[in-house]
Design a protein around this ligand. Structure first.
Ligand SMILES: CC(C)(COP(=O)(O)OP(=O)(O)OC[C@H]1O[C@@H](n2cnc3c(N)ncnc32)[C@H](O)[C@@H]1OP(=O)(O)O)[C@@H](O)C(=O)NCCC(=O)NCCS
Length: 196
């Protein structure tokens, strides 16, 4: 088996591709990270170019150290990077560790079309099917209703209310266990992704 980053999956859904980040993504990522709303929760500000450069470096390094990490979300129609999504270790919230989190962030024009739910479902399904996980968490600030709705769509339910240690903001931790996921799978008619 090759290095961990080679095992980070490429997931194709109806409208999206989720694929591992590469260093060459920096320019496009700087563009989406420059939107204030993209990072409003939790930063209350856009990310600078320097912050994005270290974010990208850290993300790619964690493919090896954590064995997983968030992925670039590509619009299949245009090839544009429209945000990121996927599984990661929530290092920012030590009290929930060990854990794997699913997260999502999309550029403004791409919101409100079910794309975060589509990306999140693919990541979660891959985590249970190929990743062998027994539980996935997802974490949001209560005011971030859209993110909470995506979690609800995917079957996550609240399990802990706590505070972001660096920012003192309330966050709600939600979880999806393998048992609940399996139960929901019975109603799904087709796979949410392919690895072609
Ligand atoms: C959270 C986010 C990824 C959702 O993306 P999306 O593609 O619009 O999500 P979906 O279309 O799959 O679903 C959004 C749901 O939120 C609802 N929603 C959207 N904006 C909302 C708002 N301001 N208030 C309440 N609900 C809202 C939608 O109606 C939809 O729910 P429904 O299907 O039950 O109607 C997107 O808003 C985003 O990128 N925000 C900025 C980054 C961010 O905060 N990420 C999450 C960090 S925890």
């Amino acid at each position: 088996m090759g290095p961990a980053h080679e095992r980070i999956p490429r997931l194709t859904t109806d409208r999206l591709v989720l694929r591992p980040f590469v260093p060459e993504d920096v320019a496009e990522l700087v563009g989406v990270h420059a939107e204030e709303s993209f990072w409003w929760y939790p930063l209350r500000a856009a990310m600078t170019t320097e912050q994005t450069m270290s974010f990208l470096q850290r993300t790619i390094a964690r493919y090896d150290t954590d064995g997983l990490g968030i992925e670039a979300v590509i619009d299949r129609q245009t090839g544009a990077m429209i945000g990121w999504a996927g599984l990661a270790v929530p290092h920012f919230l030590p009290e929930v560790l060990p854990a794997v989190e699913v997260g999502w962030r999309l550029s403004g024009p791409y919101r409100g079309r079910g794309l975060a739910t589509e990306a999140g479902r693919a990541a979660v399904d891959w985590g249970f099917i190929a990743g062998g996980l027994s539980r996935i968490v997802s974490i949001y600030e209560p005011a971030n209703l859209a993110s909470g709705r995506v979690m609800a769509h995917l079957g996550f339910s609240p399990c802990l209310t706590t505070r972001h240690p660096d920012r003192d903001e309330v966050v709600i931790v939600t979880e999806l266990t393998r048992a609940t996921w399996e139960e929901r799978q019975r109603d799904s008619d087709r796979p949410s992704y392919s690895t072609e």
